[in-house]
Design a protein around this ligand. Structure first.
Ligand code: AGP
Length: 617
């Protein structure tokens, strides 16, 4: 949540700050602002709180070039405290104007700190928690403390996870960055003319591909000719930069109108990438060298708990179903914000697997940390290399989908599902519950998946027509059973997230236990019903919806000959083995949400009130 970018170099900082903010805007687009140390040594701040238009408006405002200076900080905001408006936008200056800060995180004790500052005569300009940091740092700097020590001192007074960058008129050549806990990372890089830092590596790529990830409890000073890391006691830290695999071009929209359409179109490649180096199609084997658990540890596992939030939780639900059915280990998926607080019984025979695209989700990181402290085995399946989650578990499996920018997750989900399928096979084989022939059979089925997904992507036009129908509804119901249930839940989440239509995902068998009371012409139902053992039961559920006057869209296998007799609209996905069916039903669900959002004139890349990374609870 919130994007930070900072620059110290030889060029005019303002346009570079805007470019940097564009790269991290997906983290929050409620407001945008920059502070630059101008040629007279004073801090000049410009900010806009115009919702999704903030960064564009800010860009136009600074394009005149009157904001001259070579050191500065910028911020894109996802609002937590205070309305979306100009006053609450970052950066925040201290009252004396000697300091400006941009902050990511929540200051849990800000009321107490604010009262204390107000008692000393400080007049707050915003309703944000972050402004207390500006004044705490400003007070120290005004009394002669260095910017670095002032930032460390201020952060020691606050409760909660924090990432902050600060500039000061007293040291106009530097920017200080600090990270406490897991409120989003800070990545640092430099070239011959400048040093930069940001919330995400992608913003650094125009400067360098060699980056340093700040760990919690570390501080950094950047200046035009270098970068220096410190701990909170002020001791210097030496750390080599690592070469990132992220690619700037890959994170651009290209010819697509939205990141979401681009990322959906990339799904065949994402699945392929998740198999590369792991699935050996010639020999029909799966290898996961990243899994460092011993054979004894793997054989001792008596329970798997997958955990995550939102789409990642739905992915985990799919994972629980394949791990249980293939590796025969009792498996469940649980929401991380519940798991972390319910004092679960975990031990060294429990494998807890965190699912996360960003690797930064606060609840998911807390759940895996809980698992670590409880002595459970821990794994992380994630997209973002270098994120905090890569450093917390016994093993990390990258899903390799390539950077996902759109807030609504699509390609990461499908690549993570493939990774989970590989994990299920790997565990099953290591535990001796599936033989080499079964592995071969699964691997040969997996080989077909990219082309099956490509075929499902061709459904775009017919789904567009259905999206026009769905626009008129205020309520939608999504139904599935077995491994189709997480897909139904995901279809509903996507529709809520980007089309803003109330949508509920339900196990189809649950209908008679309450949901049926809502059926009628006012609610359309989307049913995931490919050919499998549960298909006859899904047909009955569809008939029940129809009997009560509801419109039904059924997502079924290509050769289904019965469905037209019961459903109003049919989306046919390619025939495939049952194991792969969730992959192919997911595609039309994502496209349906995307097309409905467009039909309702919503921007699918910038859903209201949401951010790509949720670094606070
Ligand atoms: C998905 O479309 C959402 N953006 C959201 O539910 C997301 O999956 C959730 O916030 C978890 O994020 P993570 O995968 O980065 O941990």
């Amino acid at each position: 949540m919130c994007g930070i970018f900072a620059y110290a170099g030889t060029e005019n900082a303002a346009p570079l700050l805007i470019d940097g903010l564009r790269a991290v805007e997906y983290r929050g687009y409620d407001s945008a602002g920059i502070s630059v140390i101008d040629s007279s040594g004073a801090i000049k701040t410009i900010k806009r709180g115009d919702h999704k238009a903030s960064l564009e408006n800010l860009s136009s405002e600074v394009s005149g070039g009157e904001l001259a200076g070579v050191v500065g900080i910028g911020h894109t905001r996802w609002a937590t405290h205070g309305l979306v408006n100009q006053q609450n936008s970052h950066p925040h200056e201290s009252i004396s104007g000697v300091v400006s800060i941009a902050h990511n995180g929540i200051i849990e004790n800000f009321i107490e700190l604010k009262d204390e500052l107000v008692d000393t005569g400080v007049q707050f300009k915003s309703e944000t928690d972050s402004e207390v940091l500006a004044h705490l740092v400003g007070h120290s700097v005004a009394s002669g403390t260095s910017l670095r020590e002032a930032v460390i001192g201020a952060s020691s007074r606050i409760k909660g996870n924090t990432a902050v960058v600060a500039v000061s008129t007293a040291e106009p050549d530097i920017v200080v960055g600090l990270r406490i806990g897991n409120a989003g990372g800070i990545v640092v890089g430099k070239n011959d003319h400048a040093a930069v830092m940001a919330s995400d590596t992608i913003a650094l790529l125009p400067y360098t591909s060699e980056v340093i990830y700040l760990e919690p409890g570390e501080v950094v000073e950047i200046r035009k000719d270098g970068v220096q890391l410190f701990d909170l006691e002020g001791s210097s830290i030496s750390r080599d930069a690592v070469v990132t695999v992220q690619n700037f071009e890959a994170a651009q929209k290209g010819n697509h109108p939205h990141f979401m359409s681009k990322e959906i179109a990339e799904e065949p490649d994402a699945v392929q990438a998740a198999m590369r180096g792991r699935a050996d199609f010639a020999n029909g084997t799966i290898s996961l060298p990243e899994i460092s658990l011993t054979l004894d540890q793997i054989r001792s596992i008596d329970r798997v708990i997958l955990t995550g939030m939102g789409t990642s939780m739905h992915t985990g639900m799919f994972g629980a179903s394949v791990i249980e059915s293939i590796a025969r280990i009792p498996s469940v998926c649980e929401n991380s914000s519940e798991l972390r607080y319910r004092n679960p019984v975990l031990n060294s025979k429990t494998l807890v697997i965190a699912m996360t695209q960003s690797g930064e989700t606060a609840d998911t990181l807390a759940a895996i940390e809980y698992a670590r402290q409880a002595g459970a085995l821990q794994g992380v399946i994630l997209e973002m290399e270098g994120s905090q989650a890569t450093r917390v578990a016994d093993f990390t499996l990258g899903v390799k989908a390539g950077q996902e920018i759109c807030v609504a997750s699509t390609k990461t989900m499908i690549a993570s599902m493939m990774t989970l399928l590989e994990l299920a096979v790997f565990l099953g084989q290591a535990r001796g519950v599936i033989d080499a022939n079964r592995v071969k059979e699964i691997v040969s089925q997996m080989a077909e998946l990219p082309s099956l997904i490509s075929t499902a992507l061709d459904l775009n036009d017919e789904i567009t027509a259905l999206a026009d129908r769905l626009c008129k509804y205020e309520d939608l119901l999504y139904l599935g059973r077995g491994a189709q249930l997480p897909m139904a839940l995901e279809g509903a989440l996507k529709m809520k997230e980007i089309a803003y239509i109330h949508a509920e995902g339900n196990p189809a068998g649950e209908m008679k236990h309450g949901m049926n009371a809502l059926l009628g012409p006012g609610m359309a139902t989307i049913v995931c019903a490919p050919q499998n053992d549960l298909y006859p039961k899904m047909l009955s559920n569809i008939s029940e919806v129809k009997a009560r006057g509801g419109e039904v869209i059924a997502i079924v296998s290509e050769n289904d000959e019965t469905i037209e007799r019961v459903a109003d609209h049919v989306i046919r996905v390619p025939e495939c083995p049952e194991l792969l069916q969730p992959f192919v039903t997911l595609i039309p669900l994502q496209i349906l949400a995307y097309r409905t959002a467009l039909a309702l004139d919503r921007d699918p890349d910038k859903p209201r009130n949401l951010a790509k990374t949720v670094t606070v609870e």
